[in-house]
Design a protein around this ligand. Structure first.
Ligand SMILES: Cc1ncc(C[n+]2csc(CCOP(=O)(O)OP(=O)(O)O)c2C)c(N)n1
Ligand SMILES: [Mg+2]
Length: 311
């Protein structure tokens, strides 16, 4: 889990630099600061399970152990990308490894998630779906429709809201009349769980694990909410005027990677030296991914007409 959190941090820091150099087409949303909320939750599901993701999906893709070379090439629109360069940052899908896709439509993954969950139920596969989205997405109509359907059909899906306090520049507290979105679970007759410190990867893992057991045992869906914070702007085009420097700095002091590092060292689970070495390896893997992506070809014009229809 520590290595995956480092990979998210190092990967996104690198992409941020490349955006500034004009090497990344399109808009990009970063997961820096939200590493624990992503890694802890995804570590709790099984290898065979599925996720759906959203526009801020880098952290989820990396937590699903996507090949970093392919992901970097995808973000740069190259033919060697995970989706042959057709998806880019906001539409990475890694179907062979259970990632049903990031999504540029806020709330867009929810319908896909319950569709996939219905398939698992009808085919009796024992697999579950972790549907990841933000706090803002909970005010989309699809949130209500999918929680309701999943509830009455007892579908094997965890609705997982990563609450970073804002939908772009709108504070979530200004647009809901409850304290937190997890409290809305009662309206659908399903359990709602709250992870107050979503920067604590162990707390996230344990709480989502509880939800995984409940859902896998055929009890129907669960809504889980984690509190965390994005360190960067909403996207690469956000001057961030709606947040104070003090607020951002206070969250940087609650760095999820430092927190887990201290936990591992204090409990004699790893030495500081071992963790430093992991960071060296992570940074090298990201550099390799950049080299791979930069040296990869652009997609051909003809490829735009491939993979349009399923056989
Ligand atoms: C249906 C739809 N409405 C609006 C947008 C524009 N938009 C993109 S991200 C976003 C905010 C999403 O906030 P949240 O769900 O909290 O995710 P976060 O970006 O904070 O991770 C909005 C309004 C969109 N992409 N799709
Ligand atoms: Mg948000």
């Amino acid at each position: 889990m520590h290595r995956l959190m480092l990979d998210i941090r190092n990967f996104d820091n690198k992409v941020n630099q490349m955006v500034k150099k004009g090497q990344v087409p399109g808009m990009t949303h970063f997961s820096v600061g939200e590493e624990a909320a992503n890694v802890g939750a995804i570590a709790a599901i099984g290898q065979q399970d599925f996720i759906t993701s959203n526009h801020r999906g880098h952290g989820q893709s990396i937590a699903m152990e996507i090949d970093l070379n392919g992901m970097m090439a995808e973000i740069m629109g190259k033919a060697t990308g995970t989706c042959k360069g057709k998806g880019g940052s906001m539409h990475i899908a890694d179907l062979d490894n259970g990632n049903l896709g990031a999504n540029g439509i806020v709330g867009g993954g929810m319908g896909m998630a319950i569709g996939a969950a219905l398939t698992q139920k009808m085919k009796n596969t024992g697999k579950i779906v972790l549907c990841c989205f933000g706090d803002g997405a909970c005010n989309e109509g699809t949130f209500h429709e999918t929680l309701n359907l999943a509830s009455i059909w007892k579908l094997p899906v965890i609705f997982y809201s990563i609450n970073n306090f804002y939908g772009i520049s709108t504070p979530i507290k200004n647009v809901i009349n409850v304290d937190y979105n997890y409290q809305r679970a009662s309206a659908y007759g399903i359990p709602g769980h709250f992870i107050e410190d979503g920067n604590d990867v162990v707390a996230v893992y344990e709480k989502v694990q509880e939800a995984v057991d409940y859902v896998r045992n055929g009890n129907g869906p669960v809504l889980v909410e984690s509190l965390t914070y994005r360190w960067f702007g909403h996207s690469t085009s956000d001057p961030g005027k709606y947040r104070t420097k003090e607020e951002v700095d206070s969250w940087k002091k609650k760095d999820p990677i430092v927190k887990f590092r201290n936990y591992l060292v204090d409990n004699n689970l790893a030495t500081a030296q071992e963790l430093d070495e992991l960071d060296v390896q992570s940074k090298a893997a990201v550099e390799d991914a950049v080299k791979f992506a930069l040296s990869s070809p652009e997609p051909s014009y003809e490829s735009a007409f491939e993979d349009v229809f399923a056989d």
